[in-house]
Ligand binder design. Structure first.
Ligand SMILES: [Zn+2]
Length: 215
């Protein structure tokens, strides 16, 4: 089984990708993780990507697709979950080619739907330790001492990326990019909308039902 997970920030799709990979043995593939791993390993592709990113530019779709193809080829006997990939229609078309190269198909595209309010609630309260990177939440999981990391004593702050304006801007970009993608998969009859607003424990049984339908 091969799945695509879509969803705006805070939708929990990454958590569900982990949940499904643990239960079904599918391999979670995140384009961002692949790219970071490649840069870290200093492969030719990684070096090229790093140069582009250092210049403040976006890594071209073709380069990302190459990484995704390598990973899919390696994991295709297990089945994969593409977590947040493709992100744009161009990427979806590249993915289509990759799949046909390897005679694979996508069983479903699951769109984890939440409102912007839910995103703000889940992400807006995020606090990050400037030293060790540990993540806290203002409401649900604050550090024991205000502004101070429980593990390393470092300063705990709201990152610039996590301010409400920054989140709002990212959501606008996300919607703009994803709208055509959602239409594309709807037309193919692959799109499944999944209401991801309730808490995780409540969602798991619903998600299990959805998986059963797909088998
Ligand atoms: Zn820390």
């Amino acid at each position: 089984m091969n799945l695509i997970f879509l969803g705006q920030q805070g939708s929990g799709k990454g958590t569900f990708a982990q949940y499904v990979s643990a239960r079904k043995g599918l391999v979670q593939i995140s384009a961002g993780d692949l790219l970071r791993a490649e840069v870290k390993a200093e492969t030719d592709l990684g070096k090229k990507a790093k140069e582009i990113m250092n210049a403040g530019e976006l890594v071209p779709d073709e380069l990302v697709a190459e990484l995704v193809e390598k990973k899919i080829e390696k994991e295709k006997s297990n089945g994969v979950i593409l977590d947040g990939y493709p992100r744009t229609l161009t990427q979806a078309e590249l993915l289509e080619k990759i799949l046909s190269n390897h005679k694979l198909k996508i069983n479903a595209v699951i769109n984890f739907v939440i409102s912007d309010e839910t995103t703000f609630k889940r992400i807006g309260g995020r606090l990050t330790c400037t030293q060790c990177g540990k993540i806290y939440n203002k409401e649900s999981n604050p550090p024991k001492e205000e502004g101070k990391c429980n593990s390393c004593g470092g300063e705990v702050v709201t990152r610039d990326d996590d301010t409400k304006q920054a989140i709002k801007k990212r959501l606008d970009v996300y919607r703009q990019q994803t709208k055509p993608l959602i239409d594309y998969y709807k037309e193919k009859g692959l799109l499944k909308e999944f209401d991801a607003k309730p808490a995780l424990d409540e969602l798991k049984p619903k998600f299990d039902e959805l998986l059963k339908e797909l088998e």
